[in-house]
Design a protein around this ligand. Structure first.
Ligand code: ADP
Length: 399
């Protein structure tokens, strides 16, 4: 069985074709500048076929999907002989609101429910819906499944997801903590239980997804019980360019003083804040490390803040779960930056965490980086959201 995994953004579309017998990626790629002009980079992963990396006209997502199918099935770049070999499509969908606590097969009622969730993610959900419709237009009635970033967090109890504002805003308008990165937190926590050789039902885990966007999740017995992102992905930790937690009074003060519109203000909080805003150097942690090493104090402050916030939020989850068995680092920063992991773990002495320097220097594999006698185990587990989407799709369409 072969499953196409699609992650559609407003002007981009990432894809992977996965062979479910081996769980190997057989081709992957990225369409960019959809609706502007269009560019496709398609990389076959098997059989030594050529990489395609050229401009292709993409007025809409439908032309992008058509170009992807064309390359997947072509003589020179292809990995399958026809579209019929693609058994199903799994779509990443950002927001499933309270309607979706797990992945679902897409039908008309699901499409209607996705539309209803759009006000919660006005930038992301419309792009995901467009991607689904484009696939339908190009691929006909191939079964499709939606996998939600929010679904894993639907197990959070009311005390963790309710905001302390008048309750009718939750009841009438759905204002609450939803959380994101759920597919990633689900994957790494399940993998961590496997590596520990214990049933996940018996474990208390803290998953730290640290990339451009970052979130932490408390996972008790395999269920998300709290997470740092909220109604939107803007809050929690300071991120590459997002501000993280912020007193709402600051928003009022700055809007009044500088005459910002709410859109201008949110653009600052989403795109110009976080470690970029504090350092004035970059949103990329590699640039921050380099600048801090040369003595840039604001780059060092941005890094110190990030480490402090991860440690502080993770510490609050130890309290929330009344303990922790393992801490997991994943995503771009979590998987690659030995220094970041060490700096965060330096805060965890009170938990009896001890890091094995040699293990912490390795890269690109699932690995325990704590010493054998560390009271709380620490793992680096490269995340694989596409594989979760493909597995869910396979399970749901009954392959
Ligand atoms: P996204 O949230 O866009 O999926 P990723 O999980 O791919 O992001 O993470 C991207 C980030 O990972 C980059 O912005 C960069 O800061 C960080 N990163 C990648 N490699 C390293 C490294 N070797 N050291 C420190 N940070 C790294």
């Amino acid at each position: 069985m072969k499953i196409l995994v699609i992650n559609a953004g407003s002007s981009s579309l990432k894809y992977q074709l996965i062979d479910m017998e081996t769980e190997q990626v057989i081709a992957k790629g990225l369409c960019e500048r959809i609706g502007i002009d269009g560019h496709l980079k398609h990389t076959p992963m098997i059989g030594g076929k050529s990489v395609f990396n050229e401009d292709v006209a993409m007025p809409t997502h439908a032309e992008a999907i058509a170009a992807v199918i064309d390359k997947l099935t072509s003589e020179e770049y292809g990995v399958v002989s026809s579209m019929k070999e693609i058994d199903a499509v799994g779509h990443r969908v950002v927001h499933g609101g309270e309607k979706f606590a797990c992945s679902v097969k897409i039908d008309d009622s699901v499409m209607a429910a996705l539309e209803e969730c759009t006000p919660f993610a006005p930038l992301h959900n419309p792009a995901n819906i467009t991607g689904i419709n484009a696939c339908k237009a190009v691929m006909g009635d191939v079964p499709m499944v939606a996998v939600f970033d929010t679904a894993f967090h639907q197990t959070m109890p009311g005390k963790a997801f309710t905001y302390a504002i008048p309750y009718e805003y939750y009841k009438n308008d759905g204002i609450r903590r939803y959380g994101f990165h759920g597919t990633s937190h689900r994957y790494v926590s399940a993998r961590c239980a496997e590596l520990m050789g214990k049933p996940i039902e018996e474990l208390k885990l803290i998953s730290c997804h640290m990339g451009n966007g970052s979130s932490i999740c408390a996972i008790d017995g395999g269920k998300s019980v709290d997470t740092s992102m909220g109604f939107t992905p803007l809050v929690g930790l300071p991120m590459g360019t997002r501000c993280g937690d912020l007193d709402a009074g600051v928003i009022q003060f700055l809007m009044n003083k500088y005459g910002f519109s709410i859109d201008e203000m949110l653009n600052i909080l989403n795109k110009k804040s976080g470690v970029l805003g504090v350092s004035g150097v970059s949103s990329d942690f590699r640039d921050l490390d380099a600048a801090a090493e040369k003595g840039d104090e604001r780059a060092q402050l941005a890094l110190d803040m990030f480490h402090y916030w991860v440690a502080k939020v993770a510490g609050s989850y130890v309290a929330a779960m009344n303990g922790v068995d393992a801490i997991i680092f994943t995503a771009g920063v979590g998987e690659n930056s030995r220094e970041t992991r060490q700096a965060i773990c330096d805060y965890f002495g009170y938990l009896g965490v001890a890091i094995d320097q040699e293990a912490n220097s390795k890269r690109g594999e699932d690995i325990m980086i704590s010493t054998p006698d560390s009271k709380v185990k620490v793992f680096v587990i490269p995340t694989n959201e596409e594989l979760v989407i493909a597995r869910d799709t396979k399970d749901i369409i009954g392959g």
